[in-house]
Design a protein around this ligand. Structure first.
Ligand SMILES: [Zn+2]
Ligand SMILES: [Zn+2]
Ligand SMILES: [Zn+2]
Ligand SMILES: [Zn+2]
Length: 482
């Protein structure tokens, strides 16, 4: 079992467990390294995953005929395999017909197996399952239907000798799996779920001072993203920083039973980003934000009812869904709602991110010959995103590093076109390359703490290649100095 590093210590604050820095911590310093106690497919996964390596699977284990395997693996967990060879009365389809049971079933098998019964799952069961909140949730009903009933009804309980398999233990496991797992991208680029013991005990803040990174072998690392002074509490974020306050709070409540009241949640402007603010209809420059339980204009103090705000939000959210990958429809939505929202409103950001990712796909497709307008539009979108990302994720930020990279690759491409066609002077060309070099360097610095064998680590390598290219362009025009 890995533990927290020598930089910090668990302590109690306001009756809650928290992690405190016991010395000054520098950005990049590792706070925790941990291996998962279990990796599993997502609850709703419809693609079978190999029970040994989690790659897509198209065959079953020939010994037990219950667990999916991939063509490269020759065996999965021996105890699990033998367990199902003995369980003669259980349908061989028990798992593939009810794939949602995978993670809780694996936990039960680990508890039953004498070699692992004192291991991670046992530790997991000691953690707070927040049963009071969980019992009232819709998730409980869903887990009952998709996990508890299939397991109890298939008759497997009688094959367990060391543990009692009933609804209570199954529901507790489901809640603990939800609370202590992270979505992780596997080597196939698909989302899987890693269950960890230590990292999920770090409290949440929407302005965290750490970042989490996971490598291709699912080893997790938490490192400082900002300087942390001795005595300060260590926080991590469990939400998307580009969501607005009420959306983040809802997400945290639903997934982790957390009521967040961090400084960002209390700030109506959300650190000056206005991510949730709406344009005032009664004055030309005012923005309406949620403060003191009301939607109030900061300039003229007029108010909008919460019902009206929510109606507008659902209307736009529905139209975003409806646009479904069509770049013209996204652009039309931006034009339509530009007089209703702050340009950094999270829904506007969402639309802009959708457009940017479509443009990225066009630009990366060797069969497409995009015009300059595509490059210019992507640059424009990147320029709008950069300050917002910077504000919501200060310090080392993977998101910011990616946004910088996205900007640079497009900017350099456009710059080369314009220079080669004589549209910009050599001095302008050099200046733009120098700016790109600086931004690439910043991006590389931010990704240097990511594991090399992780998607972000690979991205770091790609940015270094881009940097090399920029250096070559600079050398060609006889300059690498300011
Ligand atoms: Zn495999
Ligand atoms: Zn097997
Ligand atoms: Zn918060
Ligand atoms: Zn106003």
């Amino acid at each position: 079992m890995q533990n927290f590093s020598e930089f910090c210590q668990l302590s109690i604050k306001d009756n809650k467990l928290c992690l405190k820095a016991i010395i000054d911590i520098t950005p990049g310093d590792v706070i925790l390294e941990e291996q998962p106690i279990l990796m599993s497919p997502q609850w709703e996964s419809d693609q079978m995953k190999c029970s040994n390596c989690l790659k897509s699977s198209f065959v079953m284990c020939q010994a037990c005929l219950v667990f999916p395997m991939c063509v490269e693996c020759s065996a999965h967990d021996q105890f699990d395999c033998e367990f199902f060879q003995r369980a003669k009365n259980i349908s061989k389809n028990v798992l593939i017909s009810n794939y949602t049971i995978y993670a809780p079933l694996k936990c039960l098998l680990k508890m039953e197996n004498p070699k692992t019964s004192n291991g991670g799952v046992n530790e997991l069961l000691k953690l707070n399952a927040h049963l009071e909140d969980y019992l009232k949730s819709e998730t409980w009903v869903e887990h009952r239907q998709k996990v508890v009933q299939p397991i109890l009804e298939c008759g497997i309980a009688e094959y367990f000798q060391n543990i009692k398999v009933d609804e209570e233990i199954l529901q507790k496991l489901c809640s603990l799996i939800d609370l202590n797992s992270y979505e992780i991208t596997n080597r196939d680029g698909e989302q899987v779920r890693g269950i960890y013991l230590r990292a999920p005990t770090i409290p949440h803040s929407c302005i965290p001072n750490t970042l989490m990174a996971v490598d291709d072998d699912f080893n997790l690392k938490i490192y400082a993203s900002l300087p942390i002074r001795q005595g300060e509490i260590i926080y991590i974020s469990y939400t998307n920083p580009l969501m607005g306050t009420s959306q983040r709070q809802h997400h945290l409540k639903m997934t982790k039973f957390i009521d967040c009241s961090c400084p960002r949640c209390k700030d109506p402007t959300e650190l000056g980003t206005y991510l949730s603010s709406i344009k005032c209809k009664l004055c030309p420059e005012g923005y309406v934000s949620f403060s003191n339980s009301q939607w109030t204009c900061e300039k003229c103090s007029s108010t909008i009812s919460e019902v009206d705000v929510n109606r507008l939000l659902s209307e736009v959210a529905e139209q975003i869904l409806y646009a479904d990958g069509d770049v013209r429809q996204y652009e039309a939505l931006l034009a339509k709602y530009t007089c209703d929202f702050h340009p950094h409103h999270f829904l506007m950001i969402d639309i802009k991110q959708n457009i940017a990712s479509i443009l990225r796909a066009i630009l990366m497709n060797p069969l497409c010959q995009p015009g300059r307008s595509v490059l210019r539009r992507k640059i424009e979108l990147c320029e709008e995103m950069l300050p917002v990302v910077r504000a919501v994720q200060p310090g080392i930020s993977r998101l910011y590093a990616i946004a910088l990279y996205e900007f640079v690759i497009t900017f350099v491409e456009l710059t080369n076109y314009e220079y080669n066609d004589g549209e910009i002077s050599i001095d302008e060309y050099k200046n733009r390359l120098l700016k790109s070099r600086e931004m690439s360097n910043e991006s590389v610095r931010m990704l240097e703490f990511e594991p090399l064998n992780s998607p972000e680590g690979h991205l770091g390598q790609r940015i270094k290649m881009e940097l090399k290219q920029i250096e070559e362009y600079l050398t060609k025009v006889g300059s690498d100095a300011v």
